[in-house]
Design a protein around this ligand. Structure first.
Ligand code: HEC
Length: 260
């Protein structure tokens, strides 16, 4: 951990002095998750996701009306749980993360409102620190969720990020943007592990990872700039991250035309 903190603070100093830019950190190898996202940002995002799910599992009608939203959010929760143990810093439920992941995966798959409601309550209690820490703390990302849900969440975060970084909005929303962008970086890290997209497109996995790294770096820069309230740097970082979406899709999703 000292090492990681050293890297961060050194990078911060160099960045402050305008000597290097973030991609240096992600030049070649897979970045460590602890260098990508803080456990507190993941825990905060997970808490909000769970709160947004709660009313949707209240009864059968609510669950039906929610369509695939509960399933989607449950997959994102499972991904967060799979990563939080290796994220930087502490969170109340780090030791129970494996259990949270398993409950989230059950939630993603159930169609029964009473069961979903029970699983949500179980997750709440695990996230409050209850639980035995028994389940495996990590699984391969592809075994947790399809890339589709990773991207769907990346897309859902785009709306609040663009809204809250426009004009005077940033001032009151900088912490929200900082956390949303931290979640972007995390989802970029998860996406980077995918090997199916490159295979399907018959293109280079190394190129795919380069785009993912660029997206992680742009999102990290955005998170840091937002936390500082640096509007110019925020604008640049949003463009950088958005360009990574388009660039990656151009090669790895040529069938889809982006409108962003
Ligand atoms: C490293 C490459 C890469 C980056 C970066 C990337 N994407 Fe994607 N995206 C993909 C691939 C590959 C798919 C197809 C996933 C699948 O369905 O298997 C996809 C799918 C999607 C989808 C369709 C999801 C669905 O419901 O089927 C959306 C929306 C999307 N991306 C938005 C974004 C946005 C917005 C960004 C940036 C903020 C972004 N992507 C960044 C590779 C990328």
């Amino acid at each position: 951990m000292w090492n990681c903190r050293w890297v961060r603070s050194t990078a911060g100093l160099l960045l402050g002095a305008g000597l290097v830019t973030l991609p240096v950190l992600y030049a070649a190898d897979l970045p460590k998750l602890a260098e990508v996202v803080a456990a507190s940002d993941l825990a905060g995002a997970a808490n909000d996701l769970l709160t947004s799910i709660e009313p949707k599992v209240a009864d059968t009608t609510a669950l039906k009306e929610a369509g695939d939203e509960v399933e989607h959010k449950a997959y994102v929760l499972a991904l967060i749980a799979n990563g939080i143990g290796r994220a930087q810093g502490d969170a109340a439920w780090k030791k129970n993360a494996g259990q949270v992941r398993e409950v989230a995966l059950k939630l993603a798959k159930t169609k029964s409102a009473p069961e979903a409601s029970k699983l949500v309550a179980e997750m709440r209690s695990l996230m409050a620190g209850g639980g035995s820490g028994a389940a495996d703390s990590e699984k391969p990302w592809a075994d947790v969720s399809p890339l589709k849900h990773v991207m769907k969440e990346v897309q859902e975060l785009r709306r609040p990020i663009s809204k809250n970084t426009r004009g005077a909005g940033l001032k009151s929303k900088k912490d929200v943007v900082a956390r949303d962008a931290a979640l972007w970086a995390f989802l970029g890290y998860v996406a980077r592990h995918d090997t199916g997209a490159a295979k399907q497109a018959k293109k280079s996995q190394a190129d795919y990872e380069k785009f993912a790294d660029e997206f992680i770096a742009g999102s990290r820069a955005l998170s840091e700039a937002a936390r500082k309230g640096d509007a110019d740097a925020v604008k640049k970082a949003v463009s950088r991250a958005s360009k990574a979406c388009t660039d990656c899709h151009e090669v790895f999703r040529p069938d889809v035309t982006d409108d962003f």
